[in-house]
Design a protein around this ligand. Structure first.
Ligand code: AMP
Ligand code: MG
Length: 340
């Protein structure tokens, strides 16, 4: 009898050890931080194949920048297109098709053909300046008139127009990371590429907490926390890149394509949450240009939620009506309101 008890205890210990080992193997979490797309990328992935998934995510994001999206890297497809190449890959056609639709749905607040304008203002470079009216007018004249010929798989840019995917590349990187993590059956992944963060959680579907940066604070200071279901969260803000003229007037890097000047819609930042990184990133830029009221149909069209932070320190959100998503203000300088 006593012997039987000892055997049972030993079996229990073995089973417990096996469970612990399995858990640590199946729920292994790995993380990494690296530079890509002119920003810091942080990734944390949990699952049996987390390590190989993380390696793949890193390679993919670096490759995406170098080979597809960068307009400064001579090996990238966008660089080639901006310098006269017309044939484009299926991968680029797919991405540009979504973005052309967002240009149209946003009523022209979002515009991929802003490269000339971006270069003219030079915001974030040592050549930042306020261009003269004629230069601005020329830069915006044809910026929407790029077209795709689907039969021949070619793209056509009007003279002088170049594409700038700076408003979406980071969100697109999140989408690629999401596909890799889910194909590797990872249970949980968090991949932050600059202002876009992918939050994926196939195991528990628990909510995630995401801090929203205080537009007037340092990079690590938050003014609110949202709790959200898995998806992608992208923020556009006037604090990211800007310069001030001799009178202290601030010129930031998000342009209103209808004027050619930095958008002036009364906002300091917009955070958009939706299922696709490309879409959340494009919409955060578009909504920054549109301002609160004009953004609402666009957000609804893409089933997205948003948190707007106004210049007078109000945090206005579409979250009010949602049961499973909440927002908490963590800095008392700000007041919370809902969209009307
Ligand atoms: P984001 O920080 O995602 O809002 O992206 C801002 C970047 O997108 C800028 O630095 C420009 O490269 C580009 N950009 C500026 N204005 C626009 C616009 N209206 N539509 C699309 N891209 C823009
Ligand atoms: Mg964006």
């Amino acid at each position: 009898m006593k012997k039987k008890g000892i055997v049972l205890a030993a079996v229990a210990v073995v089973i417990l050890a096996a469970v612990i080992v399995c858990d640590s193997v199946f729920n292994k979490t790995v993380s990494d931080t690296f530079l890509a797309m002119n920003t810091t990328v942080s990734a944390e992935i949990t699952g049996l194949k987390a390590k190989s998934a993380l390696t793949e995510v890193k390679e993919k994001i670096l490759q995406l920048d170098e080979k597809l999206l960068s307009r400064t890297n001579e090996n990238s497809e966008i660089y080639a297109v901006n310098n006269g190449k017309t044939e484009i890959s299926d991968e680029l056609i797919m991405l540009l098709t979504i973005l052309k639709e967002i240009e149209q749905e946003s009523g022209g607040a979002f515009c991929l053909g802003v490269a000339q304008l971006t270069d003219l203002w030079g915001i974030g470079t040592e050549n930042a300046r306020v261009p003269d009216e004629a230069e601005i007018k020329a830069a915006i004249e044809n910026c929407f008139n790029w077209t795709i010929d689907y039969d021949n798989k070619t793209i056509h840019l009007p003279d002088g127009v170049k594409l700038d995917l700076g408003a979406v590349g980071k969100g697109t990187a999140c989408d690629y990371a999401c596909v890799i993590a889910s194909e590797s059956n990872c249970k949980e992944s968090m991949v932050a590429v600059g202002g876009s963060v992918l939050l994926d959680n196939t195991s528990t579907k628990e909510k995630f907490k995401v801090g929203i940066r205080d537009p007037l604070g340092e990079a690590n200071e938050y003014c609110a926390v949202i709790e959200t279901v898995p998806g992608c969260v992208s923020t556009s803000g006037n604090y990211e890149r800007f310069f001030e003229d001799e009178n202290g007037k601030r010129y930031h890097h998000i342009f209103d394509p209808s004027t050619g000047y930095p958008a002036d819609s009364g906002l300091m930042s917009v955070t958009v949450v939706t299922q696709s990184g490309t879409i959340s990133d494009a919409l955060s830029t578009a909504c920054f240009v549109l301002g609160i009221e004009k953004s609402l149909p666009l957000l609804e069209r893409y089933n997205a939620e948003a948190v707007f932070i106004t210049e007078d320190k109000q945090i206005i959100t579409t979250y009010g009506e949602l049961e499973n998503e909440t927002i908490t203000v963590t800095n008392n300088d700000y007041t919370l309101g809902e969209v009307k």
